[in-house]
Write a protein that binds this ligand. Structure first.
Ligand code: MG
Length: 229
């Protein structure tokens, strides 16, 4: 495998499904909230919507079920309910081996910028506790900072701006097909790590530059790259 850390100065890193093993709870919270308002949906479909803003996800299901968008204020309320369900499912779980991956990136001298479609305050506030010293103050793009969520490139373009590097000197780290699409659309070398049930083919379709089948595999590969002369 080519050393894709070579010559790179910044890593733009997704949160859910990369830094936290949280997608299993997000998908469950989405399905619970949407079913309660009479929208038929499966839990697994929400894995495919990962990266979209809450409002975009709600509108996608509203269009399918009712043939119209959701009122904006109502969408905000629904997203708040979903967020409460998520929080209630238990304590956060850092993704095993993600700390080793971040250690390798720091060792390689890279600036780490968080780029998430989430507005889940319960996780965002925990980053400094679970991954101390990795993300500098302000080195983050969340759902609150963008007009267009993934798969639009806007979140990753904002991440490049914060890092102060051109696309050619950054990498994106993602676990979601729509996130990979956003990274590629921003012109960035995009690393996919399959940490959930989505099959590898979905990441190939989106043009991921490298696909790892687990965080452990990704962390070990990046450690080798960081150690390479
Ligand atoms: Mg993710």
């Amino acid at each position: 495998m080519e050393n894709f850390l070579k010559g790179k100065r910044a890593a733009l890193i997704d949160m859910d499904g990369v830094l936290y093993d949280s997608m299993k709870y997000h998908t469950l919270a989405w399905q619970k909230m949407m079913s309660e308002i009479g929208v038929e949906c499966s839990r697994d479909e929400f894995y495919l919507y990962e990266g979209m803003t809450g409002e975009a996800t709600i509108n996608l299901l509203y269009q399918r079920a009712f043939g119209r968008d959701c009122d904006r204020e109502e969408a905000r309320c629904l997203y708040a309910i979903k967020s409460e369900y998520f929080k209630g499912f238990g304590p956060r779980e850092p993704m095993p081996a993600a700390d080793r991956m971040l250690g390798a990136l720091k060792e390689a001298g890279m600036r780490c910028v968080l780029v998430t479609g989430s507005a889940q305050v319960s996780l965002l506030e925990s980053l400094a506790v679970d991954y101390p010293g990795v993300f500098a103050e302000g080195d983050r793009v969340t759902a609150l900072d963008v007009k267009q969520g993934k798969p639009n490139p806007e979140p990753y373009l904002k991440g490049l701006e914060i890092a102060g590097v051109p696309a050619s000197e950054a990498i994106v780290i993602e676990n979601a097909p729509l996130g990979v699409r956003a990274g590629k659309a921003a012109g960035v070398f995009t690393v996919a790590i399959t940490t959930g049930p989505i099959p590898r083919i979905e990441f190939e379709k989106e043009g991921a530059d490298v696909i790892f089948s687990s965080m452990k595999e990704a962390a070990e590969a990046m450690q080798r790259m960081a150690d390479a002369p």
